[in-house]
Design a protein around this ligand. Structure first.
Ligand SMILES: N[C@@H](CCC[C@H](N)C(=O)O)C(=O)O
Length: 287
């Protein structure tokens, strides 16, 4: 079967996008397609698969599958790329529109010049902070802020945030020494997170600037994670490292995002999105 695709990235966080306004895929094939297209040796190579689909609740919908075939509830970089694709390919014909995800419905605004989208701002909605909503096991149902977290021989301090998907945020003094490979895989699958977790290491640079590295649930190290950057700013506010209602520049491996957690509780994400290539993928179903 030949599948039309577009490969896009947001700060290097790259996915294969399939436009289900034009092409149909069987539900049961989706995890296998995600695994296969993500493979850099036998597929295209990506952090996963994103489907852009019709929605009866919003202007359009987006679904994200990680590299291992698991489905995530949201994807910040994917939402900006989806917004750019939808605008530039005539799926929508307005600058502000709503996108449904498995987690919630978000509002995206595109800044465009002559039909080409340069920047996308997304109202990502409100974070969920109660332990059960992350979800994280153990302890009472209050927020998980700077809580001791033992992993093997290491005693860390965790702040847990859901941006529709789960995030465990750890603050470090020097981002270049963040133990991504050493601890990322173990924390991602730690039994205290029953649905797994995205793992972020954050260094405060100034009152309005954070350094960021991520080990993503289902995909491992990626160059950027939009929901992770939102979670990092929420966690930094909760730990008094940055201020509520102020823009924070998050330096990810692939570039910068501007994030603000506003006084109404909404998290705003602003950044770019790029098209890499488009073509036809020959799906072999070998995985
Ligand atoms: N890269 C994404 C998040 C993708 C999903 C995540 N790995 C999960 O399983 O929750 C982003 O930009 O937010």
């Amino acid at each position: 079967m030949e599948i039309p695709f577009t490969k896009m990235h947001g700060l290097g966080n790259n996915y294969i996008y399939i436009d289900l306004f034009k092409f149909n895929l069987e539900e049961e094939m989706l995890p296998d397609i995600a695994i296969e297209v993500s493979n850099v040796n036998t597929g295209i190579g990506s952090d996963g698969l994103i489907l852009i689909h019709p929605s009866n609740k919003a202007d359009l919908g987006m679904r994200i599958f990680n590299k291992d075939g698991s489905e995530g509830q949201s994807c910040g970089n994917g939402l900006r790329c989806t917004a750019k694709y939808a605008y530039e390919n005539g799926i929508i014909d307005k600058e502000i529109f709503r996108i449904e995800t498995k987690a919630n419905i978000v509002e995206a605004s595109v800044v465009q010049e002559q039909g080409v989208v340069n920047e996308i701002k997304v109202d990502m909605g409100k974070p969920a902070l109660r332990r059960a909503d992350v979800p994280m096991m153990g302890g009472d149902d209050a927020q998980v802020v700077d809580e001791p977290f033992q992993v093997g021989d290491e005693l860390l301090q965790v702040t847990a945030v859901s941006m529709g998907n789960p995030h465990a945020v750890f603050f470090v003094d020097d981002i270049t020494k963040a133990p991504l490979y050493e601890l990322g895989p173990a924390i991602e699958k730690d039994r205290r997170f029953p649905h797994g977790v995205n793992v972020e290491f954050i260094e405060k640079v100034t009152e309005n600037e954070l350094n960021f590295r991520v080990w993503e649930r289902g995909s491992g190290i990626t160059q950027a994670c939009g929901t992770g950057a939102c979670a990092a700013v929420v966690a930094s506010v909760l730990n008094n490292y940055v201020k509520r209602n102020e823009e924070v520049v998050v330096h990810l491996q692939g570039g910068d995002l501007i994030i603000k957690w506003d006084e109404n509780g909404h998290v705003w994400m602003t950044g770019g999105a790029e098209v890499i290539a488009s073509g036809m993928y020959k799906f072999n179903s070998n995985s």
